[in-house]
Design a protein around this ligand. Structure first.
Ligand code: ADP
Ligand code: MG
Length: 685
């Protein structure tokens, strides 16, 4: 159970003063649902202001606090700004300018003849000094003069800086004092403040040590939790499986395995022969040949008299895998079934029977294969395709199926850098397919200005006329971005006007049946052009699709672009990928797109992506969802994660049950960062 001392932090946001239903949505959008979320909602940056006696003492462009006396209000006719003329003690005039609705507040806040304290950025407009939308206007200056360094928080519509800052302040007042979980030597060496001080400092000003400490806490919690999972797994009983090669030797593959495939299969075979269940991640770029590795691994289980299952994230992928496996294993006599949530009646019954009596050796399906009602005779091996769709929690659920924990092989086509692999899959052993099957064609990648979209559509028309298929991808950063969805739908409408019924649209908000139906038309070749948001990222194989067009490519991560590009280049014909870009690109964005042109090595792209983003565009990426962290930035992950990992290992080696003083503190940390599944795994925890 969560330690009581943490309860105030986990209290609902509504327990803060001044939080009503009107704030529920904006707060939810920012992930602020409990008191602790506010405390951890760290500023993007700070505004530093200088108090000045008069305007002569200030320079243009500077953020200042100054006392002004209001002289005159000038509202303009129509849509122009609302101006308030005010002067300092020397009689220098400054215009306070307001647009839109802010003019109403201006009228109230700045009565003519009165003195007011104003905080804001001093600008020049023609010959006039002006402050556009002052940050603060106050009758009494003391609060402004006391907080000359003001945090600027990430906002969402319906919340103002002032409002949010007030709520955060309240949350900070609720912070309990917690025992120290960081190793004292490290804390000293880094000159890191204690937890509560660090949180308070991080909201007060640029304080690198405080921010690093908070990031480290998060990284340590994650490393600890993953290591506890790993330990718990080692302590479980699995079934040692030794295959005799009798089925694998009957496989009729039209190719020889690559060195990387052979090495990986060897690693898997070694794991499966052990008493503890395998927990291995297979990382391999799109097209690196993971399927055949999965098949060999499952055949080891079947050779040893057990059953195996392959879990796919979507029905389409399950079906595709089923077909591929049937083809490759045709000569082996192995019984391979497909099972999805849609199977009903007799068909469903017969598969259920087959799984129960063991006549089915391998089952391929969606998460339906792990439903309560599905019982196996002897399931000893599970392959999870496209791992990133499943969280650690789901992985743990799998482990609970049956008396013995099945061996688990997780496969992902997302090449992520080594540090992030550690962060996300730290509990697993990792195999990398870092060698492509021979004869893969390079994909001709070009970066094209978005203004040339007319030419691009022309090229697309020629491609479709020639009988080819193509993808057109529109950006959708978050599933909830309505603007993006509208843009994708508009693009679809336009393309449909031009190319007719051969165009289908797929996006994240579409009902699964409709999505599947559209995808299937494309897979079968009835539809020629698939307009999509990033949902096609995962594993679909359509060899005739050899043209990929990606709009606003700069908005995608490199790894994502790489995944998308990997949808083409699967057949014998030469493939082309056109990256449409906006005009105002940052240097980093330019470099990233150039890199796409240069290389097709996913692991290299992933490392470079991290390097390019890790240094520069830090803040925007914090919540981009490609790391499991909320606090730690990419840069902090790179520098601090290895430390946290070692620290966690040492702690567990010394006190695996987390019962000593530091162990107790570490439990607290796990709860604080909601990695309590780590604690649950401790015996008696
Ligand atoms: P992944 O799932 O890793 O993206 P697949 O398993 O679908 O990749 O393999 C991609 C393609 O490469 C398939 O057509 C497969 O038959 C082929 N392939 C796999 N291994 C080899 C190999 N060693 N040599 C040649 N082709 C291979
Ligand atoms: Mg695959």
């Amino acid at each position: 159970m969560r330690p009581q001392i943490l309860n105030p932090l986990f209290a609902e946001a509504e327990s803060l003063k001044g939080v009503g239903p009107q704030l529920a949505r904006p707060m939810e959008r920012l992930g602020l649902t409990r008191v602790k979320d506010f405390a951890y909602h760290l500023p993007d940056r700070f505004v530093e202001r200088r108090p000045v006696e008069n305007l002569d003492a200030a320079s243009v462009g500077e953020n200042i606090v100054v006392a002004l006396t209001v002289r005159e209000h000038r509202s303009s006719s129509g849509r122009g700004p609302y101006r308030v003329l005010a002067e300092d003690v020397l009689g220098n005039v400054c215009t306070l300018t307001f647009f839109g609705r802010a003019s109403y507040t201006a009228k109230k806040l700045l009565p003519v003849g009165e003195k007011r304290w104003v905080a804001g950025r001093l600008d020049q407009y023609g010959q006039m000094l002006q402050i556009v939308h002052p940050d603060h206007v106050a009758e009494d200056g003391s609060a402004l003069l006391e907080q000359l360094c003001e945090p600027v928080y990430p906002l969402s519509e319906g919340l103002t800086q002032g409002r949010l800052a007030g709520l955060i302040q309240q949350a900070l007042e609720h912070l309990p004092e917690l025992p120290e979980w960081i190793e004292p030597g490290l804390l000293d060496r880094m000159k890191w403040p204690a937890w509560r001080d660090a949180l308070v400092l991080a909201h007060k000003g640029t304080h690198a040590q405080a921010r690093d400490r908070l990031a480290y806490d998060e990284l340590l919690a994650n490393s600890l939790a993953l290591m506890l999972v790993r330990d718990a797994n080692r302590a479980r009983t699995g079934s040692p499986l030794a295959g005799d090669g009798s089925l694998r030797s009957k496989l009729s593959l039209p190719f020889a395995l690559t060195g990387a495939q052979r090495r990986t299969i060897g690693e898997i075979e070694g794991d499966m022969a052990q008493g503890a269940p395998m927990l291995r991640l297979l990382q391999g770029d799109v097209g690196s040949g993971k399927t055949v590795v999965a098949l060999e691994a499952m055949l080891i289980a079947v050779e040893a008299g057990a059953q195996a299952a392959l879990l796919a994230p979507t029905e389409i992928l399950a079906r595709q895998h089923h077909e591929t496996l049937m083809r490759m294993a045709a000569g082996t006599g192995v019984e391979i079934a497909l099972f999805t949530g849609r199977d009903k009646g007799k068909a469903r019954e017969s598969i259920l029977m087959g799984l129960l009596d063991g006549s089915i050796d391998i089952v391929v399906g969606t998460h339906a294969i792990f439903q309560e009602s599905v019982a196996y005779k002897n399931l000893a091996m599970v392959v999870i395709d496209e791992q990133h769709r499943f969280g650690v929690g789901q992985r743990l659920m799998l482990a609970q199926k049956g008396k013995r924990t099945p061996h688990c092989l997780a496969m992902t086509a997302t090449p992520i850098p080594r540090t992030l692999t550690l962060a996300q899959y730290g509990e697993m052993d990792v195999s990398r397919l870092d060698e492509m099957p021979p004869g893969r064609q390079a994909i001709d990648t070009r970066v094209v200005s978005g203004e040339r979209i007319g030419d691009v559509v022309g090229a697309l028309a020629r491609h479709l006329d020639g009988g080819g298929q193509a993808y057109w991808v529109c950006p959708m950063v978050r599933e909830s971005e309505n603007d993006d969805l509208a843009a994708a739908e508009a693009r679809f409408a336009e393309l449909k006007e031009r190319f007719g019924d051969a165009v289908v649209l797929v996006h994240g908000q579409l009902k699964p049946e409709l999505k599947d139906a559209a995808m299937e038309r494309f897979v079968r070749g009835e539809a020629k052009l698939l307009v999509a948001t990033t949902v096609i990222e995962v594993g679909v194989d359509v060899p005739d699709a050899t043209l990929m067009i990606i709009e606003q490519a700069e908005r995608f991560g490199l790894a994502q672009l790489h995944q998308l590009r990997g949808r083409v280049g699967r057949g014998a014909d030469k493939s082309v990928c056109l990256l449409l870009r906006g005009d105002a690109l940052s240097e980093t964005a330019r470099d990233r797109l150039a890199l796409m042109r240069e290389t097709q090595d996913g692991f290299r792209l992933a490392e470079e992506d991290l390097r390019l983003r890790g240094g520069g565009e830090l803040l925007g990426t914090r919540q981009s969802g490609d790391t499991p962290f909320r606090i730690a930035s990419l840069e902090q992950i790179q520098t601090l994660l290895p430390l946290a990992h070692d620290d966690a290992r040492l702690l567990i080696e010394r006190d695996g049950g987390l019962t000593g003083d530091r162990g107790e503190a570490a439990r607290m940390l796990l709860y604080l960062f909601e990695r309590d599944w780590g604690v649950q795994l401790l015996r008696g925890g």
